[in-house]
Design a protein around this ligand. Structure first.
Ligand code: HPA
Length: 262
């Protein structure tokens, strides 16, 4: 029994997965590609915050890939809904409690790099935490983030993408609290700071997972150019639509890479 999650559904505790994947906007289709044995809605787990954003289903899928158990988190909660860093990382602590030691995070992001095009994927090699918050706030927890995104996992995914001849960029993800998209001036600032993509999630989950000793890989679906880079305006509809269309490319890379990791 833990204080944070006093009661867990038996199916979740018994499943025995070592790898979890957090599916961001538009990526829920991944679960449809696997054999899903059971679904556990987030609201069946006391202590876990539940998302209210359209397009974030809010359930765990207990799935198998070539027979190996894989825990899929369909939907996450965000700071911009009013949650705190501790809340948006509760799922990561739940993973740890379940014995998961490898977490793959996905998100939708705007691209800031002229060579990275909307519809393509970027694997994170570092991040800028511009949320102003940390899940570790409150304790003297001075963890090292020199290699927050596992070099070993990056190598595996880089090879998988290469084998399939699919583009998989690598770069720095900046996370802002949102929910508004950036101004063109903010986009120029982020480019100056060295960011290749900008979004509103992932970094706090990475910090929490690293604090618990878990291996992390993360992937941004580049859904749009950052504000002001073209003359277009940004819409949530465009972001989710592009995310849905791009999902297949990451799914193919994961299918190729995962059997060697599980
Ligand atoms: N900015 C922030 N978050 C995002 C974007 C963006 O351009 N696209 C998708 N998520």
């Amino acid at each position: 029994m833990s204080a944070e999650f006093p009661a867990l559904p038996e199916a979740l505790e018994a499943f025995g997965a070592h790898t979890a994947i957090v599916l961001g906007s538009g990526l829920n289709a991944f679960a449809d590609e696997l054999s899903v044995e059971a679904t556990v809605p987030y609201d069946a787990i006391p202590g876990l915050p539940v998302s209210r954003v359209p397009g974030h289903a809010g359930a765990f899928a207990l799935a198998r890939l070539d027979g190996h158990p894989l825990l899929l988190a369909r939907g996450r909660v965000h700071l911009y809904e009013g949650w705190r860093a501790r809340d948006v990382t509760a799922g990561i602590r739940l993973f740890h409690r379940l014995g998961i030691h490898r977490v793959l995070l996905t998100n939708a992001a705007g691209t800031l790099n002229p060579a990275f095009h909307p519809g393509e994927w970027m694997m994170l090699n570092d991040h800028l935490n511009l949320t102003g918050d940390s899940p570790l706030r409150g304790g003297p927890h001075f963890i090292d983030l020199t290699a927050a995104y596992s070099p070993r996992l990056r190598e595996v995914f880089r090879h998988a993408a290469g084998d399939l001849d699919r583009p998989l960029h690598e770069g720095v993800y900046a996370s802002l609290p949102g929910p508004q998209y950036e101004t063109p001036a903010e986009v120029r600032m982020l480019r100056t700071l060295g960011a290749d993509a900008v979004g509103m999630s992932t970094v706090l989950e990475t910090i929490q997972a690293r604090a618990l000793g878990m291996e992390v890989a993360a992937f941004s679906c580049l859904t749009n150019w950052g504000a002001g880079i073209t003359g277009d305006t940004l819409s949530h509809g465009e972001v989710t639509e592009t995310g849905r269309n791009a999902a297949g490319a990451l799914i193919a890379i994961l299918r190729r890479a995962l059997p060697g990791l599980l």
